[in-house]
Design a binder for this molecule. Structure first.
Ligand SMILES: Cc1ncc(COP(=O)(O)O)c(C=O)c1O
Length: 357
């Protein structure tokens, strides 16, 4: 007899999944979450406080964040109606998977591996079949294996630059995959693209099976939870049917607008400082004789040590001086690896002292 309790109604796909959880860190140098490490100056925070004070907290925001979509439309040179906002790009990932699954053909998801963990997690919640294609040893896309897996795929997420590897996959190969698989939606996730100026593949007149996805989380506004995608009008309409109304709060909309318009130059400086500090972080890590530092294109650096034990020793030495980094030794293909987000000057001084550099 079937389980007589409410449990029998639980979606069976949930049983094998774990909760995506990141324990809060109190470390003085938090280099484990790929945030922008530079703080906003006091004068900006004061201007934001003024904007927040004037909010009509008793009123609903616009159902789809129209004013922020206009700001983003100008930034990207596209019709704001093609832009869909999410409560972080995490929500966009779920909306895309919901909209593009459940059809009669049950198309699968293709992702390179390793990549951002939430693509597979969100797909598995919905029961979408996930085909993970291992990267090459150089952490590049494996063209033949990708082409094989893409046959019959409904959707493919390509993070560029990628997390956790910080690699920037070949643009020509991605253009070719998009062209040769017109019945698959390719989501180019450019969460970290600001850290590699000029790398964006967004083209307002690009193919209709290519979606641009981005987030404010990595460029100084992680607390707001604002992500977005730019899709063809038809796919944007489908996503808006999936999206909950009012999914982004008026507080987040108002703060995002002022940050992206009035303080765009401050934000650009925060990003430029982080890019410069990435150079310093790479240079510091290269001084460790047994470290292999992979080419870094995001605000994160992947470094490999000869084995997991040595990676753990480095992780623990850094923790002892208050530097929290991400241990990715358990991720397929990343044995012996740590992922270290770029920090401020002070963070990097601390890291250097912890490593005796
Ligand atoms: C590649 C990539 N995409 C998307 C996200 C999610 O960002 P958000 O904070 O907008 O949900 C992350 C977060 O780490 C990421 O690494």
């Amino acid at each position: 007899m079937s389980d007589p309790t409410w449990r029998r109604h639980l979606r069976p796909t949930l049983a094998a999944l774990s909760i995506y959880d990141v324990a809060p860190s109190r470390a003085p140098s938090r280099l484990h979450a790929n945030e922008c490490p530079e703080p906003w100056p006091l004068e900006v925070r004061e201007a934001i406080a003024g904007v927040v004070r004037e909010l009509e907290l008793n009123r609903y925001p616009h159902t789809s964040g129209q004013t922020l979509r206009r700001v983003l439309g100008e930034r990207h040179g596209c019709d704001p109606d093609r832009i869909v906002l999410g409560n972080g790009s995490d929500e966009i990932i779920s909306m895309l998977l919901t909209a593009l699954s459940g059809g009669p053909e049950a198309g699968h998801l293709v992702i390179p591996s390793p990549t951002f963990v939430l693509y597979a997690h969100a797909a598995r919640v919905l029961g979408v079949d996930v085909r993970a294609v291992p990267l090459t040893d150089a952490l590049e896309l494996d063209e033949a294996a990708m082409r094989g897996a893409l046959d019959g795929a409904a959707i493919c997420f390509l993070a560029r630059p990628n997390n956790p590897t910080s690699s920037l996959w070949d643009a020509e190969l991605i253009h070719a995959l998009v062209r040769d698989h017109p019945d698959t939606v390719f989501v180019i996730d450019e969460a970290y693209a600001d850290y590699n100026p000029g790398c964006s593949l967004f083209n307002p007149d690009g193919p209709d099976n290519q979606v641009h996805m981005a987030t404010l989380s990595k460029i100084g506004l992680a607390a707001l939870r604002v992500g977005y995608c730019i899709a063809t009008p038809e796919l944007a309409r489908a996503l808006n049917k999936v999206r909950h109304p009012y999914n982004v709060s008026q507080t987040s909309i108002a703060i995002a607008e002022i940050a992206l318009t009035r303080f765009a130059d401050v934000q650009a400086q925060m990003i430029a400082t982080t890019i410069a500090n990435r150079g310093r972080l790479v240079e510091l890590l290269r001084r460790l004789p047994d470290a292999e530092v992979f080419p870094a294109h995001g605000n994160l650096v992947l470094v490999r040590f000869p084995d997991d034990a040595r990676a753990h020793e480095v992780r623990d030495r850094l923790a002892a001086v208050g530097v929290h980094v991400k241990d990715v030794t358990g991720v397929p293909m990343l044995g012996g690896c740590l992922r270290i987000s770029v920090g401020t000057d002070e963070d990097l001084d601390r890291l250097a002292s912890g490593l005796g550099l």
